[in-house]
Design a protein around this ligand. Structure first.
Ligand code: ATP
Ligand code: MG
Length: 461
C-alpha cells in the first residue's frame, strides 16, 4: 500500500528487543524511525477539527503534542479514524488549565477528556517505566505483576514502550506532520501483524485485558497475531478473573459491538478467554448444542445490523449470551417440580448473580435483559388480551427477535415465531383469524384464565 515505508522495517524490532531484554539499558538510546510527511499517507483531512485544535493549542503553549494509537493505525490502513487520542508531555493539570472544556478522569490511569460537542478527545501524559519514582506518582504493581496504577510521567520513548501493540505505538507529530515509530509498528502494519511490545507474558500479567485487545484488533483489522504474542494467551486467560467487572463491561461492548462480533467470539473461545467473561454461557454450551448456535446467530445478526448502520443494544446481546444458561437452569428447576414462571425467575436471578461477578451489567441494560427473558414465557400465551398485551410491551421486538433465534438454533420447534410475525404484519381481520387459531379471540372469549395448571413442559403451547 505505502511500500516506501518497508525500508524502515529491518532493525527497529531487533533494537527494541535488545533494549527490553536488558531492563537497565538507557531507554534514551532508542531512536525512532521518523517518517516525514512526504513519505506517509496520513493527512490532516483525516483528523477531526477538535483533535487538531487540541494539538495546536498544546503545541502553541510549548508542549509536545502527538496523535497516537488507533487513529494513526487506522489512518495508515486507509480507514477513517473514529476517535482521536493525544499524547503530550504536559501533565493532566497543565492540560486541564489549557482547556476550559476539559475534565480529569480515571485513577488507575489518569487522563484528561477535552469535550467539543459530542466529540471527546482523550489526552494522556507520556508514561514512564512503572518502577520509576517521580514525586508521589508511583506506579503500583501487585505481587503477580498486575499494574494497579500507571501514573508515572516519562519521555515519549518510554511512553511508546508502555503501549500494548507495535501498531498502536505510532506517533503523529503536529510540529512537522511526521510519524515517529519506536517499536517497528510500520513494518507490522505492512505485514498485517499484531505484536505486543516487549515480553508478551509480562505484558499480559501487567494487564490481562491486553489479551482481549489482541483478539479485538485481530478481528477488527483482519491481522494475524504474531506467534510469540499468541502463545501465552492459552495459559494466562484465567488472569482475566482479576479484572474489575466494570472494566470488563466496557471491554465486552467493544468486543461484541464493533462489527466483527462473530469472529471475535470465535477467537475468544479458541484462546479460552470467552469462559473467563461468560462462564455460565460457556458451561451451557457444553450442555446443549443449540446454546452456541444461538450466540453465534445473535452475533451474526448484530454484525449485520452494524454493517447496515442500524442500532444495536447491549441488553439484547447479553440476553442472547445468557439465555442458554437461564433456559437450562429453568428447565432443571421445573423438573424438580417448580412451576414455569418462578423457575424462569429463579434461574434468571442465579445466572445474573454469577455473571455480575465477572462483567457488571448496568441496570439500564440489566432490566431490559430480564424483561426479554420474562417475555419468552409470555409469548406462547396468546389467549384473550394476552397477545395484544405482549405486543404492547416495550421489549416485545427484542423478545420476538430472541424467540426467532431460539427457533433457528433448534431450541424450539418452528411455528411460534411465524405466528407472531403474521400477527404483527396482519390487519385487524387477520389478527382475529390468528387468535381464533389458538382459541383466543378476545371478542368471543374475554380474558379467560387457564383453569388447569400446565404440566411441566418446555415446549410452547
Ligand atoms: P480503538 O480506539 O480503535 O479501539 P485504540 O488503539 O485507539 O483502538 P484505545 O483503547 O483508544 O485503543 O487506546 C488508545 C491507545 O492507548 C492504544 O492504541 C494504545 O497505544 C494505548 N493503550 C490502550 N490500552 C492499553 C493497555 N491496556 N495497555 C497498553 N497500552 C494501551
Ligand atoms: Mg482509540
Amino acid at each position: 500500500m505505502f511500500r516506501g515505508l518497508t525500508r524502515f522495517l529491518p532493525g527497529s524490532g531487533e533494537q527494541l528487543k535488545k533494549l527490553l531484554d536488558s531492563p537497565d539499558s538507557p531507554v534514551e538510546a532508542l531512536t525512532p524511525q521518523v517518517i516525514p510527511r512526504s513519505e506517509h499517507p496520513v493527512s490532516r483531512k483525516q483528523i477531526s477539527d477538535a483533535a487538531l485544535k487540541v494539538l495546536y493549542r498544546l503545541d502553541g503553549a510549548g508542549y509536545e503534542a502527538y496523535l497516537v494509537g488507533g487513529c494513526i493505525r487506522d489512518a495508515l490502513l486507509g480507514e477513517t479514524p473514529k476517535d482521536f487520542d493525544v499524547a503530550t508531555n504536559a501533565t493532566p493539570e497543565q492540560v486541564r488549565d489549557l482547556f476550559r472544556n476539559s475534565r480529569l478522569i480515571g485513577r488507575r490511569f489518569r487522563i484528561v477528556h477535552v469535550r467539543f460537542g459530542r466529540e471527546i478527545i482523550e489526552v494522556t501524559t507520556f508514561r514512564g517505566k512503572p518502577q520509576d519514582e517521580h514525586g508521589d506518582n508511583i506506579a503500583q504493581q501487585s505481587d503477580d505483576g498486575l499494574l494497579l496504577r500507571d501514573n508515572v510521567w516519562g519521555s515519549i520513548e518510554e511512553d511508546a514502550l508502555r503501549r500494548d501493540f507495535t501498531v498502536n505505538a505510532l506517533y503523529y507529530s503536529i510540529a512537522d506532520f511526521s510519524i515517529h515509530d519506536f517499536a517497528g509498528g510500520i513494518g507490522d502494519i505492512n505485514a498485517r501483524t499484531l505484536r505486543l511490545i516487549g515480553d508478551p507474558a509480562t505484558r499480559y500479567r501487567e494487564d490481562p485485558v491486553r489479551m482481549l485487545r489482541a483478539v479485538r484488533f485481530a478481528a477488527k483489522l483482519g491481522f494475524e497475531i504474531a506467534p510469540d504474542t499468541e502463545a501465552p494467551m492459552y495459559d494466562l486467560a484465567p488472569l482475566l478473573l482479576q479484572i474489575p467487572p466494570a472494566r470488563l463491561f466496557d471491554e465486552a461492548l467493544k468486543l461484541f459491538m464493533s462489527g466483527q462480533g462473530l469472529l471475535t467470539f470465535q477467537l475468544l473461545s479458541h484462546y479460552g478467554l470467552f469462559g473467563m467473561l461468560f462462564p455460565e454461557a460457556e458451561e451451557a454450551m457444553a450442555d446443549a448444542a443449540w446454546v452456541e448456535t444461538l450466540i453465534e446467530q445473535a452475533l451474526r445478526n448484530t454484525d449485520q445490523r452494524i454493517a447496515n448502520d442500524r442500532p444495536v443494544t447491549p441488553a439484547f446481546l447479553f440476553a442472547a449470551f445468557l439465555w442458554g444458561p437461564v433456559a437450562l437452569r429453568a428447565a432443571a428447576l421445573e423438573n424438580e417440580g417448580m412451576p414455569a414462571v418462578p423457575a424462569l425467575q429463579t434461574a434468571s436471578q442465579q445466572v445474573v448473580m454469577r455473571q455480575l461477578q465477572h462483567i457488571s451489567i448496568p441496570k439500564r441494560f440489566g432490566m431490559p435483559m430480564r424483561e426479554i427473558w420474562e417475555l419468552q414465557a409470555r409469548l406462547p400465551q396468546r389467549r384473550g388480551k394476552r397477545a395484544f398485551q405482549s405486543r404492547e410491551h416495550p421489549r416485545f421486538r427484542a423478545a420476538f427477535d430472541l424467540l426467532l433465534l431460539r427457533e433457528q438454533a433448534g431450541e424450539l420447534p418452528r411455528g411460534l415465531g411465524d405466528w407472531w410475525e403474521a400477527f404483527q404484519q396482519g390487519d385487524e381481520h387477520e389478527q382475529r383469524r390468528l387468535l381464533q387459531k389458538v382459541g383466543g379471540d378476545p371478542a368471543s372469549q374475554g380474558d379467560r384464565r387457564r383453569k388447569k395448571r400446565r404440566k411441566p413442559s418446555r415446549k410452547p403451547d
